[in-house]
Design a protein. Structure first.
Ligand code: SF4
Lengths: 501, 202
């Protein structure tokens, strides 16, 4: 047996990620997922005014900036005990979901697909077609995706001033009072995007897609029309199957989601019925879905370059103290390891699909477990769940006259948390205020869940687990491993506890 | 490019003690030292902002690629984009003019006196080129946080204006306090009803 070690730095991720692999005869036997940079954003928050989190935390990430803003605002809403008006919920949700839309499509087409035109696939019958679609800066789908998602983000600028890095959500609601004409522009932009998404990504109307409940349905859909077969979704399914991506990348098959956006009290959007698709907050394991219990979330630092007399803590008590010198050889990353009731959990669009009970995903998971293909499919399909709700909330902002902001009384000592489904999954902010200043701020990002290192019990994080066992053709260039990590939509800037993030 | 690369930014006051390439906050120096010059004799050209506007990046790079002269102003920023105040072009300018100032969110007036807006204090093209071709923070009611300034993020709380007897401590760039107070008093007295009632459609 030939043993190989390989360090692969991953590009096209936000931040710095390395994978340290050990392979035995072309099969990965051990992996360490290494966040290579410390930012320290949490420590930077200490001593600041509570509202400063609305300015600092969106800057953790240039992609999920609105999600961080929303989490920070929700933590403050809770700390100050304010129940925000319906229109504020609608506006927050619309902007948050628009950010998800752009990320889902950009990740799928611009970040994941380029790996599928890797030189080791040139012999594949679908290679030249893939190249035509996804060649970097040239592919037809690539160029369209850049243009369409850029336009889509104008909605966030109209409602929130700019994307990225605005601070339009505040405790009590939002600062914006959009004019009806602003909403009309937003709806036009959304409609154009929806048309492109239906034509190009799906090859069918949203409604048709929502009728797919099993692989049989999906195969029938593929054969039903050339539009389906040749859409980005259709092509992806065909090519990914040819490459065997439906058989790699299984992690622990435990999933966590903090659920869909907060529903306004008076709205046509629900968790059931035609506009469904939103998960509730829950945890899925072999025993089905259980509601999320915020108390049993802990962060473990056994493998992280931090020191603490305790191996793990609840985020309200969390500490971020970097080691001065070298740690022992068990420590290998600047990311902490979030655990739910002691278990690792995967988060992201697939977790949302599973926890919301989407039959196609639940069925596949129960039969053969998660895979690269399943994760990417969830990401390509999620916009279909979001689009109708976004449009409904935009129109309700006009029809349901009402305030976007509510006054409240600040408390000098309090605490709160804000959970948000960010583009990559479950994002949590925990805030403690004493004497009018922040005394503790902890952030657990979706990638922190997915990229988490091995914990005190020796249990690997989700993508480490997903990588072990992967067969690799060329041990000098293990592209298969990259597919696995990429299917989690890695984002490391927000996960490493930079001397600031 | 960006405030971190220019001045140290978010990391400057944290445990990583970040500095900019040729400045650390307001001071010249930084990673490369104040004497650094490129082989063509250029200093570091700073494009601050958190984030830096994409049109500024593309514009500055295009100018350099086309060998066009790029005039540099304060902190070696190109005057084309950093010679204008953020406040210039804000749709709340008329409120600012007559001192119709807000103390709570969700209103249409100006954010300078109480809500911490840095629009008249810092330079940047936010209200000239607009964001995502559509709008800006101050237009929708988010105070400008001065993200292009060497001390961003400031050490005192955001969303509040530090003031003496109701007048901001930091006045618009280059303005004398006595004149400013006289002007603002008269401006408030002259404010038209439609502004006081926030009847503009912005
Ligand atoms: S809100 Fe700020 S930028 Fe707009 S007019 Fe007032 S001071 Fe100027």
């Amino acid at each position: 047996m030939k043993k190989t070690r390989k360090v692969i730095p991953l590009n096209r991720v936000e931040g710095d990620l390395e994978l340290h692999l050990e392979m035995d005869d072309h099969v990965v036997t051990q992996v360490r997922s290494v966040g290579t940079m410390y930012r320290g954003i949490e420590n930077l928050m200490i001593g600041r005014g509570p509202m400063d989190s609305l300015v600092i935390t969106p800057r953790i990430c240039g992609i999920c900036t609105t999600a961080h803003l929303n989490a920070a605002a929700k933590a403050l809403d809770m700390a100050y005990g304010v129940d925000i008006p319906d229109n504020a919920k609608r506006l927050r949700n619309v902007t948050l979901m628009v950010e998800q839309l752009q990320n889902d499509v950009r990740h799928a087409v611009l970040l994941f697909m380029p790996d599928l035109i890797h030189t080791s696939y040139t012999h594949q019958p679908l290679f030249s077609e893939a190249f035509r679609r996804y060649a970097v800066l040239k592919g037809e789908a690539t160029l369209q995706t850049v243009q369409e998602t850029k336009r889509l983000l104008e909605i966030i600028a109209i409602l929130g001033g700019q994307w990225p890095h605005s601070s339009f959500m505040v405790p009590g609601g939002v600062v914006t009072v959009p004019a009806d004409s602003d909403i009309i522009h937003c709806r036009h932009i959304l409609l154009n995007f929806r048309k492109w998404y239906e034509d190009r990504i799906l090859g069918c109307a949203l409604e048709r897609l929502n009728g797919i409940c099993s692989w049989q349905d999906l195969d029938a859909w593929l054969d039903e029309s050339p539009d389906h077969h040749d859409s980005e979704l259709g092509f992806f399914i065909r090519y990914a199957r040819a490459l065997g991506l439906d058989r790699v990348g299984r992690a622990h098959d435990t999933f966590i989601s903090c659920g869909g956006p907060d529903l306004p009290k008076d709205t046509a959007v629900g968790r059931q019925g035609e506009l469904r698709g939103f998960a509730f907050a829950g945890f899925y394991s072999g025993q089905g879905v259980k509601p999320l219990d915020p108390h049993i979330i802990r962060e473990d630092i056994s493998s992280s370059f931090f020191k603490d007399e305790q191996p793990d803590r609840h985020p309200f008590e969390g500490r971020t103290v970097p080691l001065d010198g070298e740690g022992d050889d068990k420590k290998y990353t600047w990311a902490k390891a979030p655990r739910y009731g002691g278990q690792p959990a995967e988060t992201g669009p697939l977790a949302d699909m599973v926890i919301s009970g989407h039959p196609l995903f639940v069925e596949t998971l129960e039969a053969s477990g998660a895979s690269v293909l399943l994760r990417q499919m969830a990401r390509l399909i999620r916009p279909a769940m979001l689009l109708p709700a976004i449009d409904q909330w935009l129109s309700e902002m006009v029809s349901c006259k009402g305030p976007f902001y509510k006054d409240y009384t600040k408390k000098v000592t309090s605490q709160g948390y804000g959970f948000i489904t960010a583009p990559r999954g479950f994002l949590g902010h925990w805030l403690k205020i004493e004497n009018g200043h922040i005394v503790n701020y902890q952030v657990i990002t979706p990638t922190a869940w997915n990229a988490s290192p091995t914990d005190a019990n020796g249990v690997r994080g989700p993508w480490e687990e997903a990588i072990v066992g992967t067969s690799v053709r060329d041990t000098g260039d293990p592209i298969e491993v990259e597919h696995v990590v990429r299917s989690f939509d890695p984002c490391l800037v927000c996960t490493v506890h930079v001397i600031d993030p | 490019m960006g405030t971190c690369a220019s001045f140290g930014g978010i990391g400057a006051d944290s445990d990583i003690m970040a500095s900019g390439l040729q400045f650390t906050k307001w001071e010249m120096g930084g990673l490369l030292g104040q004497d650094f010059r490129t082989p063509n004799g250029l200093p570091v050209i700073n494009l601050p902002g958190c984030p830096c506007h994409c049109e500024v990046v593309v514009g500055a790079l295009s100018a350099i690629a086309a060998d066009m002269p790029l005039d540099l102003g304060h902190y070696n920023t190109p005057v084309n984009w950093y010679g204008v105040m953020v406040h210039q072009g804000c749709t709340r300018n008329e409120y600012h003019e007559y001192r119709v100032e807000e103390k709570r969110f969700g209103e249409r007036g100006c954010l300078f006196f109480y809500m911490g807006c840095h629009g008249p204090l810092v330079t940047g093209p936010c209200n000239k080129v607009l964001w995502n071709r559509r709008s800006s923070k101050t237009r929708v009611g988010v105070p400008c946080f001065g993200c292009t300034r060497p001390d961003f993020p400031q050490q005192y709380p955001f969303f509040e204006t530090r003031n003496i007897e109701g007048i901001p401590i930091e006045l618009p760039d280059g303005v004398s306090r006595a004149h400013y107070m006289a002007y603002k008093g008269m401006a408030a007295a002259a404010a038209p009803k439609r502004l006081i009632k926030r009847e503009t459609g912005i």
